[in-house]
Design a binder for this molecule. Structure first.
Ligand code: 5AD
Length: 351
């Protein structure tokens, strides 16, 4: 049954496509509890009860892409577009450094204003001002040469969700100019040139079948990224998917647990989308095996403009100002926020 497959995953850290489908479709509340217990054991062996924090800076909402699910897609005329200046970005870093953040994530749309030269200049400035901090970029698909330039300038990590592995499914979520193959090639480039690399997918996106999730798991096993970001799809009113159903908390938590068993050492965030569909979504994510949270550091005046989906959390425990609320929430479930870079590391007692 399902619990047997979970045991097998725990033992072998791998399953076949058929088995992935079975373990996902065969889930029950009882199997999920069992999964989460094992996932926590694995998480505690690798990362203890530390929760790693990353300060998320949404520095531009201009985007040349037109992904059907995303609120900041190019053809949404209702977005108030903004770009932070270098000084504003450095201010965000400074404020959040004071709050204990030692990783900054520069996330933005694919904005051609931010040329390689502008971005490498920014990276150098941030790394010079905060030498004890890690810098993560999340600025989409670029050439291998630009990724190399970012790394050479001092960036440490890169997030690029693969969104969905299956090419047919990918094509239903994106316009024809984008492809699953190109996105995956970017991820292999990022990893091979030496970034701590993050991939990931949406749970419950339109047209998603269990087999697609199974293929996401097989792809991630093969890529073996340092980080995996997953969250429920949430519709945005100004997109072609406005009327689609959201992904569920329940399936997202289950996928988090499976990811922890498959990739024991992976950095796994309880994402904003998870916190947005349920008040204690992030806590439940931690209890399902996640070990990272990413509070929002963007200036308050722009937060509403970075609306990837409706009702996106941007205050309280989601925000830098609310770090004490986050700390309290984590302590309530027996975890503590770590004030350091929170790098990926292989398990000390790994063979
Ligand atoms: N619902 C949930 N997640 C979304 N993202 C974009 N739009 C949505 C949405 N409507 C996710 C994508 C992207 C990340 C930054 O946000 O997975 O990679």
């Amino acid at each position: 049954g399902t619990e047997e497959l979970i045991r097998k995953l725990h033992r072998d850290q791998t399953l076949s496509e058929e088995e992935w489908i079975q373990v996902i479709d065969g889930r029950t509340p009882k199997a999920a509890e069992y999964l989460f217990r094992l996932a926590r054991q694995v998480r505690h062996a690798y990362y203890g009860r530390d929760v790693y924090i990353r300060g998320l800076i949404e520095f531009t909402n201009f985007c040349r892409n037109d992904c059907f699910y995303c609120g900041i897609r190019r053809s949404n005329p209702h977005v108030r577009r903004y770009r932070l200046t270098e000084d504003e970005i450095l201010d965000c870093c400074r404020q959040s450094y004071g709050l204990g953040m030692r990783t900054f994530v520069l996330q933005g749309g694919e904005d051609s204003f931010f040329t390689n030269q502008r971005l490498t200049g920014l990276i150098r400035q941030i790394k010079a001002a905060f030498p004890d901090c890690a810098l993560t970029l999340s600025v989409g698909e670029r050439s291998r040469a630009s990724y190399q330039a970012f790394l050479d300038a001092g960036a440490d990590r890169y997030l690029l969700r693969h969104e969905t592995f299956n090419a047919g499914h990918y094509a239903k979520l994106h316009p024809a100019q984008m492809s699953a193959a190109h996105r995956q090639a970017c991820l292999f480039d990022l990893k091979s040139i030496g970034f701590q690399t993050g991939a990931g997918f949406m749970v419950g996106s339109p047209f998603q079948e269990t087999r697609h999730l199974a293929q996401d798991m097989l792809f991630l096993k093969h890529l073996h990224p340092h980080m995996v970001g997953i969250g429920p799809f949430i519709p945005h009113r100004d997109t072609p998917f406005a009327g689609e159903k959201a992904g569920t908390l329940e399936l997202t938590l289950y996928m988090l647990g499976l990811l922890r068993l498959m990739l024991p050492d992976v950095l796994l965030p309880a994402t904003t989308a998870l916190g947005s569909i349920c008040d204690n979504g992030r806590e439940l994510g931690i209890l399902a095996g996640a070990n990272v949270v990413m509070p929002n550091l963007s200036p308050r005046c722009h937060r509403k403009d970075y609306s990837l989906y409706n009702n996106k959390l941007d205050t309280g425990a989601e925000s830098a100002e609310g770090l004490s609320e986050l700390a309290r929430r984590m302590e309530q479930i027996g975890y503590r926020i770590a004030v350091h870079r929170g790098d990926w590391r292989p398990c000390p007692d790994q063979a």
